[in-house]
Design a protein around this ligand. Structure first.
Ligand code: PLP
Length: 433
């Protein structure tokens, strides 16, 4: 049945098609050689994904010449924007050569800087992505404990093979997962009392990221810490997104230390990056003289990422991260007020947030699982038409390059959206999961 929301969506889609002919053409060509015209599923939007020609500071320029304020920050990997320090580090590698098939000094500097930041990480190993680092951390926990079962959470995202969102099961690694509701300590207690001796680890994001920027509630992470410790399981914290909250990541903010920490995204300055680390005792499994596990990866220590990572860490001190948190918290508050007329809420922590087409509170993924996705698409396209780029799922991750003037204008754009669609009440379209 066509309703007012369909009509609005048809209209905004027509305007999108008309104003992005270059993207449409490139999307058709891409679809010939890549299924769906894309190689990173999250970038697919209806009726076709945007094609970017270049980027500078916090501005993306599309192939059709539209300048967009980049509020997505490469899904949080672009925390720094595009600073000259990172470009210079990459240029220096171009000058001295790359692809050594051997070790070089920058990886020790980079590893040392990471270990210095995260008190629970005494040793680290690099990977090519957060996905790989998450897999390695869970496999390490299974090896170290000699157990198989892995506790994870609904709405959790730890890379494609460990995604706990709808439709993800066919591409999931076949581990013995217990998938529990997030922020539900009682459910985790019940799981440990039934299967405590089989549980290798709990794998948790301190804030559900792709699942909707839903922060851990008070006491949830510390309950996971004490349950894992009591039952001889490891606590694996996926800080791929939340590490930006403080120099020591969410573990510092929540004052809960993990046995294994997974890092990714922005530490590579926009280049491929992942890492996992923990105590000497746990990481000894990878020491050829002690544990004997082998962990390969041609590009684990690629010269570009190692150099860029060292440059990134020099730029991210406590004050810089705290300042970005304040700006993000303020934006979340202002956006919530601006979008109140359409009944939307905004959740998140610091500079990472998701706009949900339903009123709050939102504590679990099931709270947002049943929302009408058409609202998300409508908001995405209307903001795009006004020159703002966010994820279609309503996600934003501010970079240091975004200015206060950008944010002021963005709040006005959101308010204009709410004004235009206030009569199509979001609340009426919220269904059950
Ligand atoms: C929490 C979390 N874990 C893991 C990953 C996977 O990282 P990558 O995309 O680098 O493989 C992501 C990516 O979005 C993430 O948000």
């Amino acid at each position: 049945m066509t309703d007012a929301l369909d009509v609005a969506l048809t209209d905004v889609t027509r305007r999108y098609v008309e104003s992005n002919p270059g993207s449409a053409r490139l999307a058709r060509a891409a679809a010939e050689v890549m299924p769906g015209g894309n190689t990173r599923s999250v970038l697919h939007t209806e009726p076709f994904g945007l094609r970017i020609a270049g980027a500078e500071g916090a501005v993306l320029t599309t192939v059709d010449g539209h300048r967009l304020v980049d509020l997505l920050g490469d899904y949080s990997a672009g925390l720094l924007g595009r600073p000259t320090e990172v470009a210079d580090a990459v240029r220096a590698v171009l000058d001295r050569g790359w692809g050594y098939g051997a070790m070089s000094e920058p990886e020790t500097t980079f590893a040392g800087a990471l270990v210095e930041r995260f008190t629970s990480v005494e040793q680290v190993r690099f990977t090519n992505s957060g996905t790989e680092a998450d897999l390695m951390a869970v496999l390490t926990a299974r090896h170290v404990t000699g157990r198989d079962r892995v506790v994870v959470f609904e709405g959790g995202y730890h890379g494609g093979p460990m995604t706990f969102l709808p439709g993800s099961a066919p591409l999931r690694v076949p581990f013995d997962f217990a998938i529990l509701p997030y922020n539900d300590t009682a459910a985790v207690e019940a799981e440990f009392s039934r299967h405590g001796e089989q549980i290798a680890c709990v794998l948790v994001e301190p804030m559900l990221g792709a699942g909707g920027c839903i922060p851990a509630s008070d006491g949830f992470l510390s309950a996971l810490r004490s349950l894992t410790r009591t039952h001889g399981a490891l606590l694996v914290m996926d800080e791929v997104m939340t590490s930006r909250l403080a120099v020591g990541g969410a573990q510092e903010v929540y004052d809960v230390r993990a046995d294994l920490t997974v890092l990714g995204k922005y530490f590579g300055g926009g280049l491929s990056f992942g890492a996992f680390g923990g105590s000497h005792e746990v990481m000894a499994a990878f020491d050829p003289t002690r544990g004997g596990l082998t962990h390969g990866g041609t590009f684990n220590n690629n010269a570009f990422t190692m150099a860029a990572g060292t440059a990134v860490l020099a730029l991210l001190d406590a004050d810089t991260l705290a300042g970005l948190n304040v700006r993000g918290d303020r934006l979340r508050y202002r956006l919530s007020r601006a979008l109140a007329p359409v009944g939307f809420c905004v959740t998140g922590l610091g500079s990472m947030m998701t706009i949900h087409p339903r009123p709050g509170p939102v504590a679990r993924w099931s709270d947002v699982a049943g929302v009408d996705h058409r609202w998300r698409r409508l908001l995405f396209h209307e903001l795009l038409a006004q020159g703002y780029y966010i994820a279609e799922r309503g996600y934003l991750a501010l970079s240091l390059a975004v200015t206060d003037a950008d944010l002021d204008a963005f709040v006005e754009a959101a308010a204009a959206f709410a004004d235009e669609y206030a009569d199509l009440t979001a609340e009426a379209t919220v269904g059950g999961p």
